[in-house]
Design a protein around this ligand. Structure first.
Ligand SMILES: *[C@@H]1O[C@H](CO)[C@@H](O)[C@H](O)[C@H]1NC(C)=O
Ligand SMILES: *[C@@H]1O[C@H](CO)[C@@H](O)[C@H](O)[C@H]1NC(C)=O
Ligand SMILES: *[C@@H]1O[C@H](CO)[C@@H](O)[C@H](O)[C@H]1NC(C)=O
Length: 398
């Protein structure tokens, strides 16, 4: 019940973010078309993100972090749906919120989205990718392979599941190579009878538009809950930030831009108000903020099987599965859907510190915000209106 209320707030926040996005870039007619195409995905993907968050929140033990990539998961399931038919396909599309679209439109939209994300990688590392490890000796239909390569920057590779440890090592090596070695041990204990493993990986490393000064970082307390306190490296910076104080919801919302078209959105509920968030509508204003933010690295993983089944994707996992778009010889079903995401938050931006503009500070008293209690976090990519990541940081040291 509590999770439900918190999640409604998330949906509202995402709405506010989309509306508050004034960074409109002038672009040619062709890229407008590209933008329109991938923006078609942003509303259904945001809704699905909330469904995922609710489910993961309900399954996450107190004090553990929630961190996942809504974009990554929607992408992986869309890729899967290219090979699905009948009710299996309908369930996927219905859960993803794509019921008014057809597969071609969704494929095109993802192709454009990846193209646009690829364009904005100059100052950040953003890798979103998919792969399907398929049992040796099984040849998927040509059309399926082509769709995956053409639209999803996806790869299918053959793995000998009869040697589960070697198969796992091969899959893990593939993922490690795509994630700068940040995710090295994603799969283990593979079933030798496995028909296919669907993999999604996401790696993000952004540089703050306005870096923190490492000299100001100090050990401070972070209050995980009423009885647990941990020590964190608290980074400090005073500067102009998009800020919104929501008294009705007992929360403060803050936007920290990365270089490029990406920003981190922080929702910091007042003490003991994490579960009392409700809707809000207003937009940000810019103000002086004296910000304290933990420096942390987290990695969170989740098996999504139950979460997806709860969202209505059931046939894909069972004997009713129809993946006749992947093979018309071997009946297939999905064995497992895993997801892992990694985030590092630190002071950096040092290489580009020289290019940082000097800020003229009005003499008003800055708002003091120290993130020393659990907070919600989103990483948003503005040109595609994508939620790259979403999470609840309950304990930065966990
Ligand atoms: C998908 O929808 C578009 C636009 O309505 C249409 O032009 C196209 O033919 C449809 N494709 C398929 C495979 O149904
Ligand atoms: C931001 O996105 C626009 C497209 O909307 C793109 O043209 C621009 O290059 C991107 N900016 C950066 C810094 O990547
Ligand atoms: C941090 O302190 C060191 C040593 O005092 C100094 O050389 C350096 O310039 C400082 N860094 C910044 C960003 O002020």
């Amino acid at each position: 019940m509590r999770g439900l209320v918190a999640s409604c707030a998330l949906a509202a926040l995402l709405l506010a973010v989309a509306l508050a996005d004034h960074h409109h870039h002038h672009s040619s007619a062709q890229s407008n078309e590209e933008e329109d195409s991938c923006h078609r995905l942003s509303a259904p993907n945001a809704d699905f993100a909330v469904v995922l968050y609710k489910s993961l929140n309900a399954k996450t033990a107190a004090g553990n972090n929630i961190f996942f990539s809504p974009l990554g998961i929607s992408t992986a399931l869309s890729l899967l749906s290219t090979g699905a038919r009948g009710e299996t396909h309908s369930q996927l599309f219905s859960s993803l919120g794509y019921s008014t679209l057809n597969q071609t439109q969704v494929n095109e939209a993802y192709k454009h989205l990846f193209h646009m994300l690829g364009e904005s990688q100059e100052n950040q590392k953003l890798d979103v990718g998919n792969a399907a490890a398929v049992r040796s000796g099984f040849s998927p239909l040509e059309q399926f392979l082509n769709d995956i390569k053409q639209y999803y920057s996806g790869e299918i590779f053959q793995v000998d599941f009869t040697k589960p440890e070697e198969a796992a090592a091969e899959i893990n090596k593939h993922i490690a190579s795509k994630t700068n070695d940040k995710i090295k041990d994603m799969v283990k204990d593979l079933d030798p009878e496995m028909a296919m493993v669907l993999i999604n990986y996401v790696y993000f490393r952004g540089q703050w538009e306005k870096p923190f000064d490492g000299n100001r970082t100090r050990k401070e307390e972070f209050h995980v809950d009423g009885s647990t306190t941990v020590e964190v490296d608290m980074m400090r910076r005073t500067g102009r930030y998009n800020f919104y104080r929501d008294d009705g919801n007992h929360a403060t919302i803050l936007q920290l831009p990365y270089k490029g078209n990406t920003s981190m959105m922080i929702v910091f509920p007042d003490e003991d108000k994490m579960n009392q968030l409700r809707r809000w509508h207003d937009s940000f204003f810019r103000t002086n903020v004296n910000l304290g933010m933990p420096k942390f690295s987290i990695s969170a993983e989740a098996s999504l099987d139950d979460t997806l089944k709860e969202s209505g994707i059931t046939d894909a996992f069972g004997d009713k599965a129809d993946f006749s778009g992947m093979s018309n010889e071997v009946p297939l079903k999905v064995s497992k859907v895993s997801h892992q995401a990694v985030l590092s938050v630190d002071e950096t931006g040092t290489e580009a510190a020289a290019a940082t503009t000097v800020e003229i500070m009005p003499m008003s008293l800055p708002q003091a915000i120290t993130l020393n209690r659990p907070f919600l976090l989103f990483i948003l990519e503005h040109s595609t209106k994508s939620i790259l990541f979403m999470g609840k940081i309950n304990n930065p040291t966990a």
